[in-house]
Design a protein around this ligand. Sequence first.
Ligand SMILES: [Zn+2]
Ligand SMILES: [Zn+2]
Length: 210
Amino acid sequence: MKLKNFKVGIGNVNCYLVTDEEGAGIIVDPGGGKDTILNYIEQEELNIKAIVLTHYHYDHILAVEDLQQELQVPVWIHEADAEGLLKPELNLSSSPSVPSVSIEADKLLQDGEKIKVGQLKLEIIHTPGHTPGGICIKIDDILLTGDTLFKGSVGRTDLTGGSYQQLADSISQKVMKLDDQLEVYPGHLGQSTLGRERKRNRIVKDMLKK
Ligand SMILES: [Zn+2]
Ligand SMILES: [Zn+2]
């Protein structure tokens, strides 16, 4: 497995390309950087099968339509975030400073779903709280956490569709039940491991106490 990270777009979002040994794989959260991503795909001769979104916020989806057209690949999102992907007022692209985005998902993901892409085995973990249909994606020993869990922090819950209680439940009941060795690749900022977050992330520690 190979993971390539690009920091893209307005929100300096972590877009990830995860591919198997033969170059088959997925793009996660292309919030911008269309040309950089396409150049890399061409140069490495990657065979991208899908665009997978950790959640519907505009900063994670701004390059989706362009990439979808260029690569002719489907867009996947959790079923509870499909409406937000369509509605600019929910995905926060309705303000004049941002191009309005409305995308129809091609595949609706569910909690616990296991999907094979090339040799990659994806496991979808529904972790609502930042948005209703936020997900973490586990692939072997890596965990893409979107805006659910960051290095030293967690996603905000004050936006439309957010809930602190849901996020606390997602993190304590689901994410932190996974193996400490897992490498955490969040939607913003740097990478970590679950073990590190268990020890040092004050908000996570607080969520685990209750
Ligand atoms: Zn977000
Ligand atoms: Zn974000």
